[in-house]
Design a protein around this ligand. Structure first.
Ligand SMILES: [Mg+2]
Ligand SMILES: [Zn+2]
Length: 405
């Protein structure tokens, strides 16, 4: 533990930071008539150094789940998507978004373990593992100890899992669901973690971190193929032409590094989300349910660039993907869909002089802000997402609803 962390911990314990630790979600003791899931303390993760100096994934026992909650959970993260980003998208789109189809709306507190202003790594780790950690942390706590993620728990329960992003797949948000790294920029270490998980499907950029590595000479795409995955990329196949083969795992690269903005031709999120849902549903032959995380990654990048048009085009692509996922959830009836953001980016506001269909945006920052962040929920268990709570409660609620002990 770093000295600064020790100090911060002491201050936090004394309540001097004004950021009390988040209470974990609890439920009332089950009555004799209804034996519900019980939230227990996760097993202490094992820590062992890897040859690369990285952090190994925690050992998880086989998981079982109850059948009282939703069968499937789809978590959709609009990186940097605050209320203004949503508003600008809506007013630029004929005053309509698919987000209006959600019956339950809540708000979460996005601050991280060491900063009122979170970054995407700490923000995603709060969702994936239920801990407030330091900015830059990927799947590790304040002391860099690896913490089990909801995706790893789903894998341990034998469930199909998937990740779709419009950034590279080793970028902070998706990485926090499968990797354990001290720092978000350790892309090659994070890629190795991905190649060594049992994840069934991923769609995102970052070929270079798998195939042209500096820390070793491994070709992780070859390792994925040897492990039985179909490995495809934007170079040879369009997402729309990918066929669902439920008998094989699927890795699909959308860029060598980071994918382009939507406005420059990267328009795969809707097709990839549809493919991912159909694939995971078909692959769930044991009827265990699946877990999928979909990220609209570049709403955040539009905020960093203080570019209103960039924000709006990314927002509308993400909303279209949300519509596709909601269509599945409505047909399926056993799927919980949660849409939220890790934080707001840009201190974005819609200025006087704007009109319906013509947004004039202004910004107070080229970084993130600490605004409360909306959470939208649809499907079985959605009612649990009303109210105001910590970002870590998203994990607590998902874990509870899956019935992981
Ligand atoms: Mg992100
Ligand atoms: Zn950002």
């Amino acid at each position: 533990m770093k000295a600064t962390n020790v100090l911060l911990s002491i201050l936090a314990i004394l309540g001097l930071l004004g950021c009390p630790p988040a209470p974990a979600e609890t439920i009332a003791p089950a009555s004799p008539a209804t034996s519900g899931p019980v939230l227990t303390t996760p097993p202490a993760p094992a820590v062992a150094p890897t040859p690369s100096g990285g952090i190994t994934a925690p050992d998880l026992p086989p998981m079982t789940r109850t059948d009282r909650g939703p069968k499937n959970i789809i978590l959709m993260i609009g990186d940097g998507m605050g209320i203004s980003q949503i508003s600008a998208g809506m007013y630029s789109n004929g005053n309509h978004l698919n987000l209006e189809r959600f019956p339950v709306i809540g708000l979460h507190k996005s601050y991280s373990g060491d900063n009122l202003i979170t970054d995407s790594a700490a923000g995603a780790t709060a969702f994936s593992a239920g801990v407030k950690t330091y900015n830059g942390a990927i799947g590790v706590d304040m002391d860099t100890v690896p913490v089990p993620t909801i995706l790893e728990m789903a894998e341990a329960a034998g469930m199909p899992t998937g990740l779709v992003a419009t950034s590279s797949i080793v970028h902070a948000t998706p990485a926090a669901f499968y990797a354990h790294a001290k720092y978000r920029k350790n892309f090659e270490e994070i890629a190795a973690d991905l190649a060594h998980t049992d994840i069934d499907l991923f769609v995102g950029g970052g070929v270079q971190y798998f195939e042209r590595r500096e820390m070793d000479s491994l070709n992780l795409s070859d390792e994925l193929r040897r492990g039985g995955s179909t490995v495809a990329s934007f170079v040879d196949t369009d997402v729309k032409d990918l066929k669902v083969d439920k008998t094989k795992r699927l890795a699909y690269y959308t860029a060598d590094g980071e994918p382009l903005p939507y406005s420059q031709g990267r328009q795969y999120l809707v097709a990839a989300s549809k493919l991912a849902v159909e694939y995971l549903h078909a692959r769930d032959t044991l009827d265990t349910g699946f877990f999928l995380m979909v990220e609209g990654s570049q709403i955040d990048w539009g905020g960093h660039a203080n570019d209103s048009d960039y924000i709006i085009s990314e927002m509308l692509e993400f909303d279209a993907a949300i519509g596709e996922v909601l269509n599945f959830a409505q047909r399926n009836g056993e799927t919980l869909v949660i849409v939220t953001a890790d934080h707001e980016t840009g201190g974005y506001a819609i200025q006087n002089g704007s009109a319906m269909g013509r947004i004039e945006g202004a910004f107070t920052s080229d970084y993130h802000t600490a605004d409360l962040i909306p959470v939208f929920a649809y499907g079985p268990g959605a009612e649990r997402f009303a109210g105001i709570y910590e970002n870590t409660a998203i994990f607590d609620k998902m874990r509870l609803l899956y019935g992981f002990q």
